[in-house]
Design a protein around this ligand. Structure first.
Ligand code: NAP
Length: 483
């Protein structure tokens, strides 16, 4: 059960359709990165709680898989309607626990809700096929079945959307699940869980377990042979740990991992479009997005104008408490994130980069870093290799298309890349050559529940959204027969 002593939100673990807490419950405090004040607390789940969650998911599994697709679809549609109804409350909550601006939080809620709508439509389109084998000896019937109980592990940067991007396809496919939200931002997940009850999701179909011991709790879930799926979004480093663990049990994995998106601007780009695109690609979520433009490669003829205009726009952003309606850039998620961004900027400057704007912390309570543009960034600067995850735009100048593509691909990641040019054939040619799961061609944002989201190289395995997202929770079964 959740209640609000002293105005603070409090959630017990959500297992088998109920929020559970008792006198022995240990709690995790949740902080507002804008004020550093406590905004709520959630139960600290143990290994035994994790086992209870798997039991609940297992008990609900058969009935949910047998629920007609039309009914599953209607329940998912209810989830969409309820998220839309609650959009303002959820946005406030996201902004409080994550720090992002209210405008970004509202955008996230709209995006998150759309996964329920999209997968309510997909739930009734789980189609198999039938063919005759090449020898003519048999008929081949292929049908899809739910893969089984799924463990869903999500990060703090999109507390609502990363949860619904997994829950919605899992439920559409007929799977039950256990969601393990990030410890920094767990309140939003529980708020959504309460909406799922109202929407008609049966007890045990979705369970939410927060914990201060993610490794132990996830391990015990993955050790249970009833669990057949791991869907993870987070850092490549933790993704590798979980892949190793999943290998022991041969569990099907979908991994949405880190990024290091290049943002290419050619001389012939529409400069207004490129600047707008840069602001969205860099600053959505304050730079704390896996899709965030991490490296700007700008052709020499346009580089000075682009750099000046980007610095003007970045310098004019209103920095403040995430929930203030006027805020355009909120804080980073915690003190560690600020230190990391600061050391990356210091490293680049020590190696020769020049600060056009920002370059420092903002001196006030909370975890703020000033919007920053760096130019003359040398190739050995760490921020060209690491995810910055903050409001810093490093600019590197290039001369030829080949050089731009080579520098863009010079990374272990391959999630997102942006290309700005008015020459469509150049745009398509470069898009073909970029080693990236997703390309924004003259667009600074590509996220869309109806499109397959995901990366190549060390950015992940599998896709979320689109029809592809539901296939990740389905297993093909083939029946050979003749008549
Ligand atoms: P993270 O540190 O990898 O954590 C992600 C989740 O994994 C959290 O719930 C975390 O729990 C949990 N976790 C940590 N260690 C674990 C372990 N040993 N075993 C099982 N679970 C464990 O990532 P983050 O800092 O929250 O998120 C930022 C990262 O996510 C960035 O790299 C970003 O690029 C990536 N991301 C990728 C996408 C995409 O679609 N490709 C989307 C969004 C974010 P705790 O919170 O309790 O540590």
């Amino acid at each position: 059960m959740n209640h609000e002593p002293n105005g603070l939100m409090q959630y017990g673990l959500f297992i088998d359709g109920e929020f559970t807490a008792d006198a022995d419950t240990r709690w995790i405090d949740v902080f507002d990165p804008s004020t550093e004040a406590i905004v709520g607390r959630v139960a600290d789940g143990s290994v035994d709680d994790a086992k209870r969650a798997v039991d609940a998911a297992a008990s609900a599994s058969r009935a949910w898989a047998a629920t007609p697709a039309r009914r599953r679809s209607e329940i998912l549609r209810n989830c969409f309607e309820l998220m839309v109804r609650e959009a303002d409350n959820i946005a406030q909550l996201i902004s409080r626990e994550n720090g992002k601006s209210l405008a970004d939080a509202k955008g996230e809620v709209a995006y998150a809700a759309e996964f329920f709508r999209w997968f309510s439509e997909e739930a009734v389109r789980i189609n198999g096929d039938i063919s005759t084998s090449p020898s003519g000896a048999a008929k081949t019937i292929v049908q899809y079945q739910p893969i089984g109980i799924a463990l869903l592990v999500t990060p703090w940067n999109f507390p609502a959307a990363m949860a619904t991007r997994k829950i919605a396809p899992a439920l559409a496919a007929g799977c039950t699940c256990i969601l393990k939200p990030a410890t920094e931002t767990p309140l939003t997940a529980y708020y959504i869980a309460a909406l799922l009850v109202e929407a008609g999701v049966p007890a045990g179909v979705v369970n939410v377990v927060t914990t201060s011991t993610a490794g132990k709790v996830c391990n015990v879930i993955l050790d249970d042979p009833r669990v057949r799926k791991l869907s993870f979004t987070g850092s490549t480093e933790v993704g590798r740990i979980l892949l190793r663990k999943a290998a022991d049990a041969v569990i099907n994995c979908s991994m949405e991992l880190g990024g290091n998106a290049p943002f290419l601007v050619f001389d012939d780009a529409d400069i207004d479009v490129a600047i707008e695109g840069a602001m969205v690609a860099k600053m959505r979520n304050g730079g704390e997005a896996c899709t965030a433009a991490n490296r700007f490669y700008v052709q020499r003829g346009i580089a000075e104008t682009f750099s000046k205009r980007l610095a003007q726009r970045m310098g004019a952003l209103v920095v403040g408490d995430g929930v203030n309606a006027t805020t355009q850039l909120g804080p980073l998620v915690n003190a560690g994130a600020v230190s990391k961004v600061q050391s990356l900027v210091a490293d680049a400057c020590a190696k020769g980069a020049r600060v056009l704007v920002g370059g420092h912390r903002v001196e006030r309570t909370g975890h703020f870093f000033a919007p920053t543009v760096l130019t003359d960034v040398p190739p050995n600067a760490d921020l060209l290799r690491d995810e910055i995850f903050g409001p810093v735009a490093p600019i590197v100048v290039f001369d030829t298309e080949d050089e731009a593509v080579e520098m863009a691909n010079d990374t272990e990641y391959g999630l997102m890349a942006y290309v700005f040019t008015k020459d469509l054939s150049r745009g398509m040619r470069v898009a073909d050559r970029l080693e990236s799961g997703m390309i924004g061609l003259n667009r600074g944002i590509v996220s869309d529940p109806a499109a397959p989201f995901g990366g190549v190289k060390q950015s992940g395995l599998g896709r979320e959204g689109a029809h592809h997202g539901m296939l990740e929770f389905l297993e093909a079964k083939y029946i050979s027969t003749n008549w």
